[in-house]
Ligand binder design. Structure first.
Ligand SMILES: C[S@@+](CC[C@H](N)C(=O)[O-])C[C@H]1O[C@@H](n2cnc3c(N)ncnc32)[C@H](O)[C@@H]1O
Length: 414
């Protein structure tokens, strides 16, 4: 009986960004009551009921949270795996100086050079760089190393066991530079990667090279002035001689929606500039024409659902990202590296097309004057890979807060 008028528990969990456990509790407590599917007795939710709650959750709150803090010193960062500079731009906006950025992709490096001719771009494989010249010269190292499994048998993983992985290179740079704080950024999947062994291994390596790890946290970009439901794991290492706690940036209570990204408002002082963008192939366009704002494949006629979804139609699960048209009054779903990719469509709310390059950049909160180099697909890839700039700024404030406390504690008499 689950028709397009109802959502499953899984789907509601994805749409509202609330865990299934929370939804079950809300149901038990009568806060957000589900109905039961007659045969399976599973919880299902009426579409209107979900839409209403989604609106309530994104009501215009007066934002009472402010993480801004002024640095009491000039703080410097080395940004590894810098991509097109999402995190670097964010950190710079917070007031942190980028003294070196490493990146292997030539188009991403061109983007960085085009926008910041004065930045020191170390182009090429991180393996070929030695960071010893920066020893004790910078306070911070950051890096979104691509996630790879370690092959190790049981015991605690040491730095040498991780050789050949990009995390090894990140840790090597940290060891060579000896910063006060290091921050690794990654997709949420890192936590479950290789049944949790990958993250465990990373923590034990950072411990071995002299860093205590702050309990790992998933940051939701929507809580940090980003109109996109993107989640990132942050791994924060504090040098062991420092006896201070790092605190994650406080989540804001104001949520921004797609309209805030693309239209003049609080995030931008004009509508999104026109730019190039990719198009959907003819058939995909015909299918997406049938999907309303905030709708997805379940809103299609049944025969088209079956044809469009192929085998996945029978596999179950919400798959709310497939054939999805984003609504003006909701945050975008996570942008990927390619906007017309099968199974991750994020269609424009009114026109049947993917977001343009500048729309993509705005959803990732890049400034409008940040240019991207290379073909359109290279540009989408750089933007889709980035840490949203506003999230980077908020992480930057949290680093500044920590470093300010550290330097103030040094100047205090015992
Ligand atoms: C997730 S992206 C980083 C995004 C970036 N932090 C931002 O906010 O825009 C990871 C980057 O690592 C780069 N990369 C992958 N292997 C590398 C290597 N061996 N040396 C240097 N960079 C590498 C990729 O080209 C990619 O741009």
């Amino acid at each position: 009986m689950v028709t397009k008028d109802y959502y499953s528990l899984n789907e509601v969990s994805e749409i509202l960004g609330k865990s299934k456990e929370t939804l079950r509790r809300w149901d038990r407590e009568g806060k957000f009551v589900a109905v039961r599917e007659p045969i399976s007795d599973y919880r299902i939710y009426k579409k209107e009921q979900v839409d209403f709650l989604l609106k309530q959750l994104s009501i215009d709150y007066e934002d009472t949270v402010n993480n801004y803090i002024k640095p009491i010193k000039d703080y410097k960062v080395i940004e590894l795996f810098a991509g097109a500079g999402g995190l670097a731009v964010g950190l710079e906006k917070a007031g942190i100086k980028c003294v070196a950025l490493n990146e292997i992709d030539k188009w991403a490096c061109q983007t960085l050079r085009e926008n910041r001719p004065n930045w020191n771009i170390l182009e090429g494989d991180i393996k070929s760089y030695d960071f010893k010249e920066y020893k004790n010269q910078v306070e911070i190292i950051t890096g979104g190393f691509p996630c790879q499994a370690f092959s190790y048998a049981g015991k605690k993983l040491g730095l040498q066991d991780a050789r050949g992985t990009l995390f090894y290179e990140f840790a090597r740079a940290v060891k060579e530079v000896n910063p006060l704080i290091c921050i690794g950024e990654n997709v949420k999947g890192l936590l479950s990667h290789d049944k949790g062994k990958t993250i465990e291994g990373m923590i034990s390596i950072l411990d071995e090279i002299g860093y205590n790890i702050t309990p790992v946290k998933v940051l939701k970009a929507i809580n940090y002035k980003v109109p996109q439901k993107r989640e990132r794991v942050i791994l924060v290492g504090i040098r062991k001689d420092i006896n201070l706690r790092y605190e994650y940036p406080k989540p804001h209570n104001k949520i921004y929606n797609l309209i805030d990204a693309l239209k003049k408002g609080e995030l931008y002082d004009c509508d999104v500039p026109k730019s190039e963008g990719s198009k959907y192939p003819k058939h995909k366009k015909e299918v997406l024409e049938l999907v309303p704002q905030k709708g997805y494949w379940r809103n299609l006629p049944l025969d088209i659902q079956k044809e469009y979804m192929g085998k996945s139609f029978y596999l179950g699960g919400g798959k709310t990202g497939i054939a999805r048209r984003i609504g003006w009054d909701e945050p975008s779903l996570t942008l990927t590296c390619s906007p017309a990719q099968k199974q991750t469509e994020r269609c424009h709310p009114e026109e049947t097309r993917p977001f343009t390059v500048r729309e993509y950049a705005r959803i990732q909160t890049f400034p409008d004057d940040w240019k991207f180099m290379g073909s359109i697909s290279q540009q989408y890839k750089q933007i889709g890979n980035a840490v949203p700039c506003n999230l980077g700024t908020e992480i930057g404030y949290s680093i500044i807060k920590f470093l300010n406390q550290y330097y103030l504690s040094l100047s205090k008499p015992e």
